[in-house]
Design a protein around this ligand. Structure first.
Ligand SMILES: Cc1cc2nc3c(=O)[nH]c(=O)nc-3n(C[C@H](O)[C@H](O)[C@H](O)COP(=O)(O)OP(=O)(O)OC[C@H]3O[C@@H](n4cnc5c(N)ncnc54)[C@H](O)[C@@H]3O)c2cc1C
Ligand code: SF4
Length: 288
């Protein structure tokens, strides 16, 4: 299927982990963590390259996780660019892993696919990647941008925050005893400059793409894009680690996601055209 705005995919669902332990620590429905644990425990992978909150003030750390505990330790979203593609080399060369899962943003999924096609500097790494799991991304922030959103707009010290997540057009900041809200439009001024030329919301080059937009709170929207992805999701569902439903049965559903995905592509095209008119360098015009 080719849903306009979503890239190619084989099927799309709403799903969540059946484990309370995973859902308690996960960003949304815990589908990413559940898929990784399933793949590890069934011998499909021997490790995964992941990102985790590495300090109280929310710096992103890059991890080669080889146990269920280490995968759970990486659950949750860190709103900062995490240069984790490099860790794939460590996973293969230092940790000697044969079958690796990689979790990354749409731009990182593109980088990994390019590395698999043209492995300059990364020979014998790309062919060890068993699953490429992409997470949706509208925008990301430099570290001080996240601080500006949470402390400047949210009025809460960054170190006190337990979770930052999207819901109803807002960033919701959660701490132990309080929550704050920042409209996405306000937060957008802190987005990384490069995000404005990025056309991909739903990680179109992944085996499986996972986000929250389109599903109910506490659930994930999942695009299965490749045969490998289909096998992984089917296995996890059959094993009972994922509860999976038809996305057309829930609200807000794919309509909202499509609107946002198309808006991201439109903004990227307009920014690229503007930069070209100004004679500025653009890297991402291959999409148009
Ligand atoms: C910067 C950013 C922007 C996002 N924007 C959107 C959006 O606009 N709409 C939407 O629906 N979803 C967005 N997401 C995805 C969403 O936050 C969840 O990651 C997704 O719904 C999966 O939820 P889960 O409960 O299955 O994840 P979990 O089971 O909690 O697993 C999360 C996984 O994400 C990885 N991760 C965390 N931070 C990063 C990072 N900075 N870079 C790479 N990997 C990371 C972890 O390693 C972990 O394996 C964004 C995520 C990030 C990090
Ligand atoms: S908006 Fe695009 S370029 Fe920016 S972090 Fe997200 S996927 Fe990467």
């Amino acid at each position: 299927m080719t849903g306009e705005g979503f890239g190619k995919y084989r099927s799309v669902f709403t799903a969540r982990s059946t484990s309370d332990k995973i859902r308690d620590v996960a960003q949304d429905g815990g589908a990413v963590t559940a898929l990784l644990c399933y793949a590890l425990e069934n011998g499909e992978i021997d490790g995964a390259v992941l990102t985790k909150r590495a300090s109280r003030n929310w710096h992103a750390g890059q991890v080669v996780a080889t146990t269920r505990e280490e995968i759970l330790d990486c659950a949750g979203s860190v709103y900062e660019l995490s240069p984790s593609v490099f860790q794939l080399k460590d996973a293969v060369r230092e940790n000697a892993l044969e079958n690796v899962a990689y979790v990354g943003l749409p731009c990182q999924a593109v980088a990994v696919r390019k590395m698999q096609l043209y492995p300059f500097g990364g020979r014998h790494v790309g062919d060890k990647i068993r699953y490429l799991i992409g997470i949706f991304c509208s925008e990301n922030f430099p570290h001080e941008g996240t601080r500006g959103i949470v402390e400047g707009y949210g009025g809460m010290p960054l170190e006190m925050m337990n979770r930052l997540h999207l819901g109803g057009g807002k960033f919701i900041i959660e701490a132990d005893n309080e929550t704050g809200e920042v409209p996405i439009k306000k937060a957008a001024r802190y987005a990384q400059d490069g995000d404005h030329v990025c056309p991909d919301l739903t990680a179109e080059y992944a085996d499986i793409s996972v986000g929250s937009i389109g599903s109910e709170p506490g659930w994930n929207t999942i695009f299965v894009r490749t045969r490998r992805g289909e096998k992984l999701l089917g296995g996890a569902q059959a094993d009972g680690v994922l509860e999976v439903k038809d996305i057309s049965t829930v609200k807000p559903g794919l309509g909202l996601l499509q609107k946002l995905a198309l808006a991201k592509k439109k903004m990227a095209k307009e920014t690229i055209d503007k930069r070209k008119q100004l004679g500025l360098f653009v890297t991402r015009d291959m999409y148009y």
